[in-house]
Design a protein around this ligand. Structure first.
Ligand code: NAP
Length: 247
């Protein structure tokens, strides 16, 4: 895959899907800014792993759901590298419960962590990218942002919001050639899905045409494609990575 840009910030890349995105993008030759909120040790380990392979990365800790911290994070990257070529808004949380038991604060905290963080990042990246008339952003949404899911009114609303917001950013960025796309993963093997009970996992797998959960690497390769020059005519798109679960 060909990349005309040089660096990328991946939010929430200390663990899970984000760490696989960081690995894959570093392998493709980008300098990867590994972001974490609390998993400093994991972020440092990933940085060491990439350095051992001769790949470029740097660690930057900030809470992506905090507007001021996100602004400062992107400023620090631009001060260091002179630009931000790519952004992947991957940081996300769940806080599942049935709607009738969900407090307003349970709803708000997931919207803040998933949707607001992606807004802060996309806006700040667009400001920087506008100056160079170059850049591409991928937002990691979710299949439930398209289908909804019992027990996830907060999470599905945040992810549905991300999909619509990405299309709006795509329309604002297009005049300067800056692309915004979303990925909607289905069930992917990470700590997030590790919380599921085995019988629930099996029930989900029985409904997936490819009969397995996906890997972080599979989401990472799709992300790399959407960022790459090869996807130069794709913007505002939603790419499903879900084993055929929704077609
Ligand atoms: P995960 O294993 O729980 O990892 C979440 C990552 O996000 C961690 O690196 C965590 O860092 C970081 N993070 C969370 N809140 C943050 C914040 N406010 N600021 C900075 N970093 C933050 O989750 P995952 O399964 O890899 O999910 C990654 C993304 O894919 C999420 O947006 C999720 O909604 C989406 N997704 C996942 C699945 C799935 O099946 N796993 C399916 C669809 C969509 P710390 O440990 O430092 O807090």
């Amino acid at each position: 895959m060909k990349f005309s840009g040089k660096n990328v910030l991946v939010t929430g890349s200390s663990r899970g899907i984000g760490s696989e995105i960081a690995r894959v993008l570093a392998e493709y030759g980008l300098k990867v800014w590994i972001n974490y909120r609390s998993s400093h040790e994991e972020a440092d380990k990933l940085h060491a792993e990439l350095s051992e392979k001769g790949l470029q990365s740097a660690v930057i800790g900030f809470d992506a759901s905090n507007e001021d911290e996100f602004i400062a994070g992107i400023k620090a990257i631009v001060e260091s590298d002179g630009e931000l070529s790519y952004l992947v808004n991957n940081a996300g949380i769940t806080n599942d419960k049935l709607a009738i038991r969900m407090k307003g604060s349970d709803f708000d905290s997931v919207i803040q962590a998933n949707l607001n963080s992606s807004f802060y990042g996309s806006r700040e990246a667009l400001k920087v990218m506008n100056k160079k008339r170059f850049g591409s952003v991928v937002n990691i949404a979710s299949i439930v942002g398209e289908t909804g899911n019992a027990g996830q009114t907060n999470y599905s609303a945040s992810k549905g919001g991300m999909i619509a917001m990405t299309k709006s950013f795509a329309q604002e960025g297009a005049a300067r050639g800056i692309r915004f796309n979303s990925i909607t993963p289905g069930f992917i093997e990470t700590d997030m899905t590790g919380k599921l009970k085995e019988e629930i996992k099996e029930a989900y797998i029985s409904n997936i045409p490819l009969k397995r959960f996906g890997s972080g690497k599979e989401v990472a390769e799709a992300t790399a494609f959407l960022l790459s020059d090869g996807a130069g005519y794709i913007t505002g798109e939603v790419l499903k990575v879900n084993g055929g679960l929704s077609m």
